[in-house]
Design a protein around this ligand. Structure first.
Ligand code: PHE
Length: 347
């Protein structure tokens, strides 16, 4: 039996025939199993003689099975390694990668430009209270500017007041920063803002970036230089021409709306150039700005005799449209990959 079994193990050409030999020898009905069962019915003398022989046989067969199995597995692996080759020089299939949305990209660009000018990034809550969004910015209860903002309000408080709202601009971050930090202050505050308004150039949610400088002896000259430097860096052109138009914001005095010159090129407005020097251009409004109103500095707990500054605010989405030649604001928030691809923002 030993010779038969060991011979069969050696002859097994694969794992399956080998398994058949194992079952034949050691399975429930196996030959060796059967021999082991006979031990119980033997006389003690016979058992003493046969026991070691049968157990020795079982061990030898078990070992031979394991050795043959290992040899067969190694042979199978060697065969696979020999037949399968991996060409590391083949080009890989394209991997779909995400990309940075134009609005996020512009916010990153702005943060970088202002970082070079010594500004840090500040943030505030999108769910804002009436005091930070309006009152502290010199827009009291009865002020007509409140109506201009198309505010999304939260339900009234028990006392009938409308305390919470979705911030309508990033200007409340001015107040929060002045109250939290000691001057001198140089911050920008990018973020989402909300107004109940929707058409090709307005979405109920859009992005603004606020700028605030508070220090001693700050003038309109500092404001103009800062905006000019920033717009030149942002549009990557040296021929950016600014026009500051007197305007009105409750939280700045004096206030100025800032226009930049553009030139018509292939039916598109391209920022740059001096509209006063050519027929082929015009002015485009890009920013609101001004010297921070003394009442605002006071509301934030600072002494307006000691501290002055300037502030500005602008729409990030609008800046992105101008820089990348996009024409429908709503497309920014559709999540349509074809649109992103068209403007080079996705692979
Ligand atoms: N907060 C103003 C707006 O939403 C913009 C602005 C900011 C104007 C700072 C002046 C100073 O339109």
């Amino acid at each position: 039996l030993r010779t038969d079994l060991l011979g069969a193990i050696d002859a097994a050409a694969g794992l399956e025939p080998l398994e058949a030999v194992r079952v034949h020898a050691l399975g429930k009905q196996g030959a060796i199993t059967g021999l082991l069962k006979t031990l119980g019915g033997m006389s003690p003398e016979a058992r003493q003689e046969q026991g070691p022989r049968i157990h020795g046989l079982r061990e030898a067969v078990t070992e031979a099975l394991a050795a043959r199995k290992a040899a067969l597995e190694k042979a199978a692996l060697d065969a696979r390694l020999a037949s399968e080759t991996l060409d590391m020089t083949l080009p890989v299939d394209g991997v779909a990668a995400g990309s940075v949305h134009p609005v996020s990209q512009v916010m990153d660009e702005l943060a970088e430009i202002f970082a070079d000018l010594g500004f840090t990034v500040a943030t505030g809550p999108e769910i804002e209270d009436d005091w930070h969004n309006f009152t502290a910015l010199n827009i009291p209860e009865t002020h007509p500017a409140r109506a201009m903002h198309d505010t999304f309000y939260f339900p009234r408080e028990a006392d009938g007041s409308q305390k919470y709202l979705l911030r309508t601009h990033t200007s409340p971050v001015q107040i929060r920063t002045m109250m939290a930090d000691k001057p001198p202050i140089r911050i920008i505050a990018p973020g989402r803002v909300y107004r109940s308004d929707s058409d090709a150039t307005h979405t109920p949610m859009f992005h603004q970036i606020e700028g605030l400088v508070i220090d001693k002896g700050i003038t309109l000259g500092h404001l103009k230089w800062t905006l000019e430097t920033f717009l030149k860096a942002f549009f990557e052109r040296d021929d950016i021409v600014l026009r500051l138009r007197p305007s009105y914001f409750p939280f700045t005095e004096p206030s100025a709306e800032v226009d930049v010159g553009f030139t018509w090129q292939n039916g598109k407005r391209v920022i740059g150039g001096d509209p006063r020097a050519s027929e082929n251009g015009g002015w485009m409004e890009v920013l609101g700005s001004g010297m921070v109103h003394r009442k605002v500095i006071e509301a934030a707990g600072l002494d307006p005799e000691e501290w002055q500054g300037f502030a500005f605010g602008t729409g990030v989405d609008r800046l992105a449209m101008l820089k990348y030649g996009m024409d429908d604001l709503r497309a920014f928030f559709d999540g349509d990959l074809r649109w992103l691809r068209h403007y080079g923002f996705s692979a």
